[in-house]
Design a protein around this ligand. Structure first.
Ligand SMILES: Cc1ncc(C[n+]2csc(CCOP(=O)(O)OP(=O)(O)O)c2C)c(N)n1
Ligand code: SF4
Length: 276
């Protein structure tokens, strides 16, 4: 077993919950590897971490890891996570969501957790579709693409999750891909060290649903697409708008400081009780 594999095994509930539910080649496993390596690199111990998810293929992730874990309802992971952070501010709370979980059913919670600057790190796997339930379109399905609920192509414009998070007030926002796994490790590390609402959007693939319907090829071919369409923020700054037309930026979009929700709330609580 390589050192990296040993490290991953250290954090898995490998004797209880496997085999996992993911299709062979799905990007969620790569994201899980980055998440574990980043937590390990930050030096947290297992008991300090609370990993919260909603429902979906991505939402299944906390089931497999040996942290404090909460597998909640679809779209509501951030509400549970906010409660955990207020009750136990000493814990590091990380929320893992799919794009549907985060910006469809959970969209309102997402923008308001960002606006409030709740001290939570979120990792959002954006595979452009509802994977678990059969490949229905989500708010991140690009215009013109086929899904099981848009068999004649999608006529809606899509959300850009990272830009939405920046606009909603998140203090740290980064975008990576599962192809750029090493970069993803470092983006997650930065996000987990951030005090405030941090977001890492992970561009991934659902080759069995979205990929198959749109004839995008195997998991490997879909990862090659990520390689060919992602441009670092630094490189993008040197490129013309026209050249960026079918590309997307990866890297840190914003990193700023703002007071965090649970500390502001605690000040008010003490003031109201007359203890400060
Ligand atoms: C309240 C509620 N509505 C709908 C569902 C059905 N449902 C389960 S997972 C899912 C979508 C999952 O898509 P996404 O969040 O993008 O995650 P993925 O499976 O692609 O990782 C839906 C609609 C549910 N479980 N609960
Ligand atoms: S359905 Fe799609 S997102 Fe879900 S495990 Fe399979 S490839 Fe991954």
């Amino acid at each position: 077993m390589t050192e990296v594999t040993k490290l991953i095994h250290k954090y898995l509930r490998h004797d209880k919950k496997f085999p996992h539910v993911w299709c062979p080649g799905c990007g969620i496993g790569i994201m899980l590897g980055s998440l574990i390596r980043a937590i390990d690199e930050c030096g947290y111990n297992k008991d300090e971490i609370v990993l919260v998810s909603g429902i979906g293929c991505t939402g299944r992730l906390p089931v497999y890891v040996d942290f404090n874990t909460l597998h909640t309802t679809h779209g509501r992971a951030l509400t549970f996570a906010t409660g955990v952070k207020l009750a136990k501010p000493g814990l590091k709370v990380i929320v893992v969501m799919g794009d549907g979980d985060a910006v469809a059913i959970g969209g309102n919670h997402f923008i308001h957790a960002a606006r409030r600057n709740v001290d939570i790190s979120t990792v959002i796997l954006n595979n452009s579709v509802y994977g678990m339930t059969g490949g229905q379109y989500s708010p991140t399905t690009p215009y013109g693409m086929k899904t099981t609920t848009s068999p004649y192509t999608n006529v809606e414009q899509s959300f850009k999750i990272s830009e939405l998070a920046v606009t909603a007030g998140a203090t740290f926002v980064a975008r990576g891909t599962v192809y750029h796994a090493k970069m993803l490790d470092s983006l997650m590390e930065k996000a987990f060290q951030k005090k405030g609402f941090s977001v890492v959007e992970v561009i991934s693939h659902c080759h069995t649903q979205y990929g198959r319907l749109n004839r995008m090829g195997s998991a490997v071919e879909m990862m090659a697409w990520q390689r060919d369409h992602a441009v670092t923020i630094e490189k993008a700054a040197q490129m013309k708008e026209e050249e960026m037309k079918d590309k997307f930026k990866i890297g840190v979009l914003i990193d700023k400081e703002l007071p965090v929700f649970h500390e502001e709330y605690e000040k008010i609580r003490k003031w109201a009780k007359g203890t400060k």
